[in-house]
Design a protein around this ligand. Structure first.
Ligand code: GLA
Length: 396
């Protein structure tokens, strides 16, 4: 009997070529495989850096990596998704724009070294099925992939939560993006069929079963390039800081996330600047929404959960002003369709994706109609992903 081997896919050929080019220091370690998910946040947006609650889950889409140790102090990085291979020496790691996507991995490597872990040379090849720059945490996904790879290869004994914190530091200090902890935490700590209710001030968390009984989680990508995302994100952070400072004149609080809506309404007059007041109002009410929404989900009230998702989008549109025409068009089109419990932007905003909860038997109509309305309104074609939740980053 003749058996035919499956032809190798594009990325498998690229991976084989990458490891063939290793150079001959001899002494390579065995190959390890890793997977690190993306994440979608169901509710609780821009609350993480305000010490509030978020409610993300890890996805079954993400980044795969194959890695091995080398006998020298060189690290090599390649990806099937980008035409850029990067090589560096462990004793000479620094950020450079020319290193592109590899900066995220170099940043994590650098933080491992700075935390006192003993590393040697290594090489890693990655490929992924997560859309980049779409608000699904492709950056946190590659950071945690690098973290779990280093942790396994060099037996560093780090816990997942500490790898999340280290990866956030890498993104803040090495890459220079001032993100909160939500993405890295969700990617590191995800659990299949669960979302994570995370208090970002204390890093207390609880896994909440995500029982959608008969409904799908559908992610829709605006496919709008997110050029200004970084700078507007930082502006929002400072607007929140300024609102907090005004409130601290009378209230002894460390973060906006500590305020109930009631206390906020009583003292909001202390925030003289109207824009900052609006930003703070979003944070306080969004934080309350997370707590209410999680309660509703636990009680099996998916419709109630969905209504709060919609309210969250409206608040991000009108008070926090991070949605924009494309996300608003997608959300409004989703709200009109049958079988939609809720729909909202997810992640930082300014483009990126929406997340919707849609009854299984309404999904086909949803994808057809929302896609059509969106294309007519924007000239852009949206991509739809019917996703499942997944586990956190680890050996694959
Ligand atoms: C980005 C950041 C997160 C969080 C969200 C908004 O994804 O990386 O830390 O602030 O935006 O909720």
């Amino acid at each position: 009997m003749t058996s035919f081997a499956e032809p190798m896919s594009y990325w498998e050929v690229a991976r084989e070529n990458f490891f063939k080019k290793s150079g001959s220091t001899g002494n390579f370690g065995k190959l390890f495989n890793f997977f690190s998910p993306g994440r979608v946040n169901l509710i609780g947006e821009h609350t993480d850096y305000n010490g509030g609650y978020v409610f993300p889950c890890a996805l079954n889409l993400g980044t795969y990596g194959t890695a091995r140790k080398r006998g020298d102090n060189v690290c090599r990085f390649a990806s099937a998704n980008f035409d850029l291979e990067v090589q560096a020496r462990l004793d000479k790691i620094s950020y450079s724009p020319s290193q592109g996507w590899a900066n995220y991995l170099l940043g994590v490597t650098d933080r491992f070294l700075k935390s006192g872990h003993k590393l040697g040379g290594f090489e890693i090849f990655i490929h992924g099925d997560l859309p980049n720059s779409a608000g699904l945490s492709s950056s946190a996904s590659v950071e945690l992939l690098m973290a779990v790879a280093l942790n396994a290869m060099f037996e560093c004994g780090m816990a997942s939560q500490d790898m999340a914190k280290l990866s956030q530091r890498a993104e803040n200090e090495f890459v220079g993006v001032n993100c909160g902890i939500m993405d890295q935490f969700a990617v590191a700590m995800g659990r299949k069929n669960h979302a994570i209710m995370l208090n970002c001030a204390a890093l207390d968390y609880e896994y909440v079963p995500l029982e959608l009984g008969g409904s799908y989680l559908i992610i829709t990508n605006t496919n709008k390039p997110r050029q200004l995302a970084g700078s507007v994100y930082n502006t929002r952070r400072s607007e929140c800081e300024s609102a907090l400072k005004s409130l601290q004149a009378k209230l002894s609080i460390k973060a906006l996330g500590e305020l109930s809506a009631e206390v906020f309404e009583e003292y909001s007059g202390l925030i003289a600047d109207e824009t900052c007041r609006k930003r703070a109002k979003h944070i306080v009410y969004e934080d309350e929404r997370v707590k209410t929404a999680v309660g509703l989900l636990r009680a099996g009230d998916l419709a109630g959960f969905g209504r709060l998702m919609n309210e969250s989008h409206v608040s991000l549109r009108d008070l926090y002003e991070v949605t924009g025409y494309e996300l608003d068009t997608l959300a409004a089109a989703a709200w009109e369709q049958d079988g939609v419990a809720g729909s909202r932007m997810t992640g930082a905003g300014f483009g990126g994706c929406t997340v919707s909860i849609v009854r299984e038997n309404a999904a086909e109509n949803f994808i057809g109609r929302v896609g059509e309305i969106y294309q007519r309104a924007t000239g852009l074609k949206a991509d739809f992903y019917v996703v499942e939740t997944g586990g956190g980053a680890g050996v694959f």
